[in-house]
Design a protein around this ligand. Structure first.
Ligand code: COA
Length: 248
């Protein structure tokens, strides 16, 4: 399935496990993550969720081959189910960003409560360069976090963001040597898990509450345009070019 899910000591770990494809996310992987997040929501054994990548890469974002072969056509697609499950979750989510993150690998971090990032990692959101539009509520949440001008640099121009900038912008809690990222995330998860589960979830609801409706609205508005853009000749050409460049 290329997603490893495990529950231990109150922590659900959801780990990308497709390093040979830079953890690019397929529809099946979104389904697995949506199922895991929905289970996390209802299972008392889960107090916190950690989302982790593999050595050197968090995820290269949506599988570009899937964009061509198995594109999102409506809001029932597993990617939308994954986004809904993520936004609906009241339990804290920690991002253990072990390396580079691209596209949805970056935008999903806007929905994490705490994020630890590997030194040297770079964030890129190359949506417009691929003829697409940003997703996962990022057109709403990123300007809110960074201000419009900086968000435009990354969402429109696709400028890479260094780990130092991500820290300065408050998108991540700490930048660490790569080997320390997952242990730190698990340590924080244990600290959260020792708190009152009810107080923690109520607090997350209060923290996220004012944004949730607007976030869901943005996800849907973006997805509708994304579906159209995926069918556009320039998006299809850009996606094919990625694989042609690689000689695939
Ligand atoms: N979808 C599908 N396959 C992907 C992928 C993606 N998003 N990202 C990487 N891969 C595959 C490559 O095709 C390659 O497969 P192959 O070995 O069978 O040819 C393998 O993963 C390794 O990728 P490679 O490009 O050699 O690694 P790299 O370290 O040189 O570069 C990235 C890593 C992430 C910078 C680069 O792969 C990349 O730009 N990927 C596309 C990211 C993207 O545009 N995501 C979508 C955003 S909306």
């Amino acid at each position: 399935m290329a997603i490893d899910v495990a529950i231990q000591d109150g922590v659900m770990s959801i780990a990308f496990a497709r390093p040979e494809k830079k953890n690019a996310i397929t529809a099946a992987m979104y389904s697995a993550m949506a199922d895991a997040l929905r289970a996390a929501s209802v299972e008392d054994a889960v107090r916190t969720v950690v989302i982790a990548g593999t050595s050197g890469v968090f995820t290269a974002g949506n599988d570009l081959g899937d964009f061509l072969a198995n594109p999102i056509v409506d809001l029932d697609h597993p990617v939308v189910q994954f986004m809904d499950a993520f936004v609906d979750l009241d339990k804290p989510v920690i991002g253990a960003v072990t390396g580079h993150a691209v596209g949805v690998g970056v935008t999903l971090l806007l929905h994490c409560d705490l994020v630890y990032l590997a030194e040297g990692a770079i964030f890129t959101m190359p949506f417009v360069g691929l003829g697409l539009v940003p997703e996962f509520g990022s057109t709403y949440l990123l300007p809110q976090r960074l201000g419009h001008a900086r968000a435009a640099e990354h969402l429109l121009l696709g400028e890479p963001m260094s780990a130092a900038d991500a820290l300065a912008y408050g998108l991540v809690n700490a930048v660490l040597p790569p080997a320390e990222v997952i242990p730190r995330a698990l340590h924080t998860a244990a600290r959260l898990g020792a708190l009152s589960a009810d107080a923690l979830q109520a607090s997350k609801r209060l923290l996220r509450g004012p944004q949730r409706e607007a976030t869901r609205h943005a996800i849907r508005a973006e997805a509708e345009v994304f579906v159209e853009r995926l069918r556009s000749p320039e998006a299809r050409a850009a996606l094919r070019a990625f694989f042609e460049r690689r000689g695939a």
